[in-house]
Design a protein around this ligand. Structure first.
Ligand code: PEP
Ligand code: MG
Length: 755
């Protein structure tokens, strides 16, 4: 028996000549069915192509010629329609006994018993079916099916180049073209419409038949080497959580990257005469078909990883390595990615990036925080995107409803637009609150500040009317930069921020690098960390490698010359760490004054409380600090032992849990007793109901994402502080299991405005 490669190669050699000839497309197809029929020794060989949603018999050897362009089948109709609809192979010794068999008298096919058909796939979408038939009852051998699949790959190129199918059908489009709604998890609120763009564009295989098989083999060897190198490097660098990829994923990647079976199948496909790209795609198509028949969610996840890797291999082999950011966005875009690092997101053109869809993602991952700061809505945990969305598809993103509409119908668009108008009205109403103070009904003034991290964010101060910047994440500058920002560059940014803020305070947080904030250009020793969020990050790193922090201290002190400078340290775990960090700044300050250089009039030092242990050292810490800021993003992940970036845990614990509220109430009370101002600067404070609870436990300083200022201010102005304090006292005395439900009930009963 010939090998699959050998039988396919003979066909491909002959097809190559047909493809290269100058005959019209229909004549080429006629020749093709002749060649395949002869080479596979089949009595019938037919090609059906999808036109306007219908499968049309385009060429046949063996069936009645009168049936050509006459016989038509809907998707799902008959054996051919079934293959096209499911993208599956059928191999039957008695076609008529298959439940989907449909007899078509005009073809004269009643003589033929056996039937084998494979889908013709272009850019992951079925565009036609290639079928062979025999009079005798026989099952086709695996090698024959494999050969048919290889031929179908080549046919897809011929068909697309000849324009035999609708151009719409050959765009990068998945199986269905109908409108669909895909659910996800709300990460950053908002609505947006735009075209789907994949962060890592899918490669379209343009040439399928190889000119030089040896050369193709070498190309694929080299690509495998490079891909393995990349995966090994990612695994090594996982200490900084490159791209948010998790260890488990990387392990699976490694397993696939080194899988000999995969490499061998690709090589066999090359031996059959395909180009390296076509061989990779061909093997992937077959794997997809096989996996589709196995209904196992775990395997589906693995398939996802393999798809990613196959695409990586294709990108390497074709030399098309850029992300969509590097290629540039050409229109309003909704970006789709498995996951993104904050730096990757920041590479996109902010004017055109309207929304993001992540297959993973979690509420407090830094990419989410960056997107929130950019005002870009994000929907996370969206499943099956590659199958349901194609590059260029029109998308409507409605995060409030936790939905994305793909290829929306006119009715969907209308409903979306109507909602958008309402939303804009609400936004305008919030904007009208810009100059009114965030004051409760019983006259208590809350301090509402914003979180920022980039130069452009500072403009939000004027737009929102916020009281200042309660958290300036200085590491963002490091994340967006291709190289380590030098002191002058840092200083320039800090000065610009201070100038824009005028007399409103800005709290600069020293760099919090590590965890999910990786710096590609900064390689730090320490080996691979299994838990980077609990690892060598933020102040821990800054105190040990103090060169970075000294430079930053100088830049901040110089930028703050003649003003009050507020500095805050992240991830303080014990009081002495704060003391050391402050001493480092003070030493720089002394150095400046010893040189007669201008320094700030006053430097106020604060600590972030985001490691629970610090709460047990408040007696040591509070006398030393000028202010305290609670980072609830990290604090809750440590209190609950639940990774803030792990999508599986994203909805498990609630910020309104009594553990968190009691913890925060205790810290706030201790700080108040010592006269130390305490703020909350985590994402929690930007949600109106959570902000209500925070005010109820005695916190009256919030630093939140700019978009939340309006809604939170509206909530505050509808709130009676004495009443909410009493309500929380009662609720925390004997906490209900559903604290969120209880607070929602209280808010509704008390006429609280919750956006
Ligand atoms: C936090 O942890 O709550 C916080 C504000 O800091 P970041 O999100 O940058 O870690
Ligand atoms: Mg933090």
């Amino acid at each position: 028996m010939p090998t699959a490669a050998a039988s396919a190669r003979e066909i491909l050699v002959r097809l190559h000549d047909v493809m290269a000839s100058r005959t019209p497309a229909q004549a080429k197809l006629n020749q093709v069915v002749g060649i395949i029929g002869e080479e596979t020794d089949s009595e019938v060989c037919s090609v059906y192509l999808l036109r306007e949603g219908v499968l049309e018999l385009f060429a046949t050897r063996g069936l009645a010629q009168e049936a050509v362009h006459v016989t038509k089948l809907a998707l799902g109709e008959g054996l051919v329609g079934t293959i096209a609809e499911r993208g599956e192979v059928l191999n039957l010794d008695e076609a008529a006994s298959h439940p989907d068999f449909r007899y078509m008298p005009e073809t004269g096919e009643e003589r033929f018993h056996s039937f084998a058909g494979v889908p013709i796939i272009r850019r992951e979408r079925v565009v036609g079916v290639l079928a062979v038939q025999h009079a005798e009852q026989r099952r086709y051998a695996d090698v024959e099916i494999e050969a048919l699949l290889t031929v179908a790959m080549v046919l897809s190129e011929l068909i697309a180049n000849a324009g035999l199918i609708d151009t719409g059908a050959v765009t990068d489009r998945p199986q269905s073209t109908a409108a669909v709604r895909i659910p996800g998890q709300k990460l950053v609120e908002g609505m947006a419409s735009g075209a789907a763009v994949f962060h890592q564009p899918r490669i379209v295989v343009e040439h399928t038949v190889a000119e030089d098989t040896d050369a193709e083999r070498h190309r694929v060897y080299a690509a495998f080497d490079k891909m393995r190198e990349q995966i090994d490097r990612i695994a090594r660098e996982a200490e900084f959580g490159v791209g948010g990829e998790h260890i488990e994923v990387i392990e699976t990647y490694k397993m696939f990257a080194y899988d000999e079976g995969w490499a061998r199948r690709i090589n066999e496909a090359i031996d059959s005469g395909l180009t390296a790209e076509a061989a990779i795609e061909r093997v992937q198509q077959r794997t997809r078909q096989r996996m589709r028949q196995i209904d196992d969610p775990l395997l589906a996840d693995r398939m996802h990883d393999l798809e990613d890797l196959a695409n990586r291999l294709l990108r390497i082999v074709s030399g098309q390595m850029g992300t969509a950011a590097q290629l540039g966005l050409r229109q309003d875009t909704i970006l789709i990615a498995r996951n993104l690092g904050p730096a990757e997101l920041l590479e996109y053109d902010r004017r055109r990036l309207k929304g993001v869809i992540l297959e993973e993602g979690s509420l407090t991952a830094h990419v989410t925080i960056v997107a929130r700061a950019m005002g870009v809505p994000v929907l996370g945990r969206v499943r099956d995107v590659r199958r349901l969305i194609a590059e260029g598809d029109q998308l409507l993103l409605d995060v409030a409803e936790a939905n994305v509409f793909v290829r929306p119908s006119a009715a969907m668009e209308e409903a979306f637009d109507a909602k958008l108008v309402l939303r804009q009205k609400r936004k305008a109403a919030f904007a009208a609150l810009r100059d009114v103070p965030p004051e409760t009904k019983d006259g208590h003034r809350v301090t509402l500040m914003i979180n920022a991290g980039l130069r452009d964010d500072v403009g939000a101060l004027d737009i929102t009317g916020a009281d200042g910047i309660g958290l300036f994440r200085t590491e963002f500058q490091f994340l967006v930069s291709a190289t380590l920002p030098q002191r002058e560059r840092q200083q320039r940014l800090y000065r610009e921020v201070l100038e824009t803020a005028g007399d409103r305070p800005v709290v600069f947080r020293t760099i919090d690098i590590g965890g999910d904030k990786a710096l590609p250009y900064l390689k730090l020793e320490g080996g691979t960390e299994e838990n980077p969020a609990m690892g060598w990050r933020a102040l821990r790193l800054s105190l040990e490698r103090d060169g970075l922090m000294k430079v930053q201290a100088r830049a901040l002190l110089e930028a703050g010359a003649g003003r009050t400078l507020n500095v805050m340290f992240p991830m303080v775990s014990e009081a002495w760490e704060f003391d050391e960090a402050k001493a480092l700044f003070e030493a720089q300050r002394d150095w400046l004054s010893s040189r007669g250089k201008r320094a700030p009039n006053e430097v106020r030092y604060g600590a972030m409380l985001e490691v629970p242990a610090l709460a047990e050292q408040l007696d040591l810490l509070l006398p030393a600090v000028d202010f305290l800021s609670i980072g609830t993003n990290d604090l809750t992940q440590f209190l609950f032992a639940a990774d803030r970036a792990n999508p599986k845990l994203a909805e498990r614990y609630d910020w309104l849990s009594s553990s968190i509220l009691r913890f925060l109430r205790r810290v706030a009370a201790a700080a108040r007793e010592q006269g130390v101002p305490v703020a909350v600067c985590g994402e929690m404070g930007g949600r109106p109901l959570e902000a209500l609870a925070l005010i109820g436990i005695g916190i009256d300083r919030l630093s939140i994402t700019p978009a939340a200022v309006g809604p939170v201010k509206a909530m505050i102005r509808s709130l009676d502080r004495a009443a909410v304090t009493a309500a929380l006292d009662t609720l925390l005395e004997k906490p209900p299991r559903d604290m969120r439900g209880a607070l929602e009930g209280w808010a509704a009963a008390n006429g609280i405005e919750l956006a």
